[in-house]
Design a protein around this ligand. Structure first.
Ligand SMILES: Nc1ncnc2c1ncn2[C@@H]1O[C@H](COP(=O)(O)OP(=O)(O)OP(=O)(O)O)[C@@H](O)[C@H]1O
Length: 613
């Protein structure tokens, strides 16, 4: 725990579930400590001036009701003499106190404003810090984490729930400042009449105990609301990304029903949560008003009747009590509010937890380049426990050579390729580069030397230039153009409305499959990778596009170690080694020619493709 509190205090605090669940947020406060402290100080000042105002109001009432009594002093000579004017007439004293009330009221308002503003600033900083922490977590997590999560849920975590958390700070700060105001009120009331105060406190404690059950309901409802929000966001994300499929299947009714269910559930759970939260304040106010009435009757009956309380003090007491009731109501509402955030807080807490998530262990050896070969030694791999996708893969890929992976769909070709940039680590066995375990290399240095060209090239919402030079700094324009030219992409790029400055992706021009692949090839060429993974780079293209791609791939492959996955055997005829996979196992390996002569699996594929052609 980063927050340095004395051990006994933190031990006590850790026993309370609210602290245990939420202390992870407090760690973020160190990034904007000054703002948070200013927010608290301004709010406290606002409360102090509230107390001072009450003091002056009491003074005003006393001077007004008993003008002939000896003037009240506060004990500071210069203040009593020059500000309160104890030697002047009662009317002059009244004016002076009225001016003091006016001044303190305005000072209080100024501090309330400053307090509110700095609290909002602290809230924004907190949301910002939490978003950064979540993103940092995303960056560190292994790919397998993302494959198991729904995009909508993660987006909701980083935006919606981080925002909820932001509001939680506002509420927590309101709890602190209102708590302080309440303290000031209670002290003022004690000063005016301790007996009445004790009775009031007892009544308010009773009220708070009664509300505890309601607050529990608020917390429970918030968990339900978060689950339904996750489902809703995921559903909408899925619809938007899969809208082509929805339209082609004319699945409007089906999707509408799904959406309707999700949005109705969203409404229902949020309404349930709101119903519980919204009850807190009116109930408190109603009960507090009853308490007020009881107190009024008690005060008048017991104290005034028996002459034990001055009318001025009674009026001041009731004035304070009147102001206390809404503060108590606000504190209770804030408390319920804090509890209504518990669902979001819990969801972010779970996401930031580190002990239950897949992280890639980083090595320390800088990967400077491949010298001899990549070796798979008895590698097993499973995405899910007990279901091996790769079994006992032993394979050597020599530097500068092309190794082709062939096999039926689902045989495990892409999985083998994904193990090289360490998207996943083997379940058993080792992958060695020049005799060094892949896991001992610094992952960034390793990945910088590997490029992947696959059929689902991701195009970012930015210019063609930035797409080619993705994540690279200070890239020479001539190098980008050269890469585009070698990738056979220059011509189509120059024909785009703004050439290399044309925006691509959702906000710009949509590229054809072949064009996307050529952008991917240019991207890979610019990086000048040592190891190149080509994953079915030539699928689903017409013969002209395929020729262009094939040519650019040949350019890209020159002098590199290539791992090629292709269903079309024509693209891998020149491979130095062909590895045939079946259900996660290697069934044949050798040169294309050797394997054909052996008349085994590759020969069968070869025959099949020739028959279909
Ligand atoms: N993320 C994943 N989670 C669980 N199982 C997966 C995942 N990705 C792939 N698989 C499974 O692993 C097996 C191998 O898949 P892989 O994509 O490596 O095959 P492939 O030979 O490349 O197939 P294709 O030629 O169709 O792309 C398949 O049975 C597939 O269902």
């Amino acid at each position: 725990m980063d927050l340095k509190l004395p051990t006994p205090i933190s031990t006590i605090l850790m026993r309370t579930s609210l602290w245990r669940n939420n202390y992870f947020i407090l760690r973020e406060f160190k990034h904007f400590r000054k703002i948070a402290i200013s927010a608290i100080i301004f709010s406290l000042f606002a409360a102090v001036f509230e107390g001072i105002t009450i003091g002056f109001i009491t003074l005003f009432l006393q001077t007004f009701t008993t003008p002939d009594a000896s003037p009240i002093k506060i004990g500071v000579d210069w203040f009593d003499l020059w500000v309160l004017g104890i030697n002047s007439s009662a009317s002059s004293r009244l004016y002076r106190v009225a001016i003091l009330i006016f001044l303190t009221v305005w000072l209080r308002f100024s501090f309330v404003y400053l307090g509110n503003f700095t609290t909002t600033l602290a809230e924004l900083h907190l949301a910002n810090c939490i978003r950064k922490r979540i993103f940092d977590q995303f960056q560190k997590l292994s790919l397998s984490f993302f494959l198991k999560k729904r995009a909508g849920e993660l987006i909701n975590n980083i935006y919606g729930e981080a925002n909820q958390l932001r509001l939680a700070v506002g509420v927590a700060s309101a709890l602190i400042s209102k708590g302080f105001t309440l303290l000031v009120y209670t002290l003022s009331m004690f000063w005016l009449s301790w007996q009445l105060t004790v009775i009031s406190i007892l009544m308010f404690v009773l009220l708070a105990t009664g509300l505890a059950t309601l607050v529990k309901r608020v917390r429970e409802a918030s968990f339900e609301a978060v689950t339904s929000t996750h489902y809703f966001m995921s559903m909408v994300m899925e619809y938007i990304t899969g809208v082509r499929t929805v339209q082609v299947f004319a699945a409007y009714d089906f999707e509408f029903q799904r959406f309707n269910k999700a949005t109705t559930e969203l409404m229902r759970t949020h309404a349930k949560s709101a119903a519980a939260s919204a009850l807190v304040q009116p109930i408190t106010e109603a009960v507090a008003s009853t308490i007020l009435l009881v107190m009024l009757i008690a005060a008048v009956a017991v104290f005034v009747a028996s002459d034990r309380l001055e009318i001025a003090s009674l009026l001041a007491f009731l004035f304070v009590l009147l102001r206390t009731a809404p503060v108590v109501a606000q504190i209770n509402a804030a408390w319920a509010h804090v509890n209504s955030f518990q669902g979001s807080l819990n969801s972010i807490k779970q996401l930031l937890k580190t002990d239950d998530k897949p992280y890639l262990q980083n090595g320390t050896i800088q990967f400077l380049g491949l010298k001899q070969c990549i070796e798979f030694v008895a590698v097993d791999f499973a995405y899910n426990p007990h279901q091996l996708v790769l079994k006992d893969i032993t394979l050597t890929m020599k530097r500068g050579q092309m190794t082709a992976l062939v096999g039926a769909s689902g045989a495990g070709k892409s999985t083998i390729a994904d193990l090289l940039p360490r998207f996943y680590d083997p379940t058993r066995g080792k992958i060695l580069i020049d005799g060094v375990d892949l896991q001992d290399f610094d992952i960034n240095t390793l990945r910088r030397k590997i490029a992947m060209v696959s059929q689902d090239t991701f195009i970012f919402n930015t210019s063609v230039r930035n797409n080619i030079a993705y994540a690279m700094e200070d890239v020479d324009e001539a190098a980008i153009q050269k890469a585009a030219q070698l990738a056979n992409a220059l011509e189509f790029i120059q024909n785009l409305p703004e050439g290399f400055d044309t925006q691509l992706g959702d906000r710009g021009v949509r590229l054809s499959g072949g064009q996307r692949q050529r952008i991917a090839i240019a991207r890979a060429l610019l990086r000048n990778p040592e190891i190149l993974i080509l994953d079915e780079a030539t699928s689903a293209l017409d013969s002209e596009a395929e020729r262009l791609i094939q040519e650019s791939i040949e350019q890209l492959a020159v002098g590199r170690t290539v791992i090629a996955i292709a269903h079309r055997l024509s693209t891998i005829v020149r491979a130095d080694k062909v590895v045939v996979l079946e259900q996660g196992q290697i069934v044949e390996q050798g040169t294309y020619k050797e394997l054909l002569e052996r008349r085994g699996k590759l020969w069968k594929y070869h025959q099949m493709q020739h028959q279909t052609n």
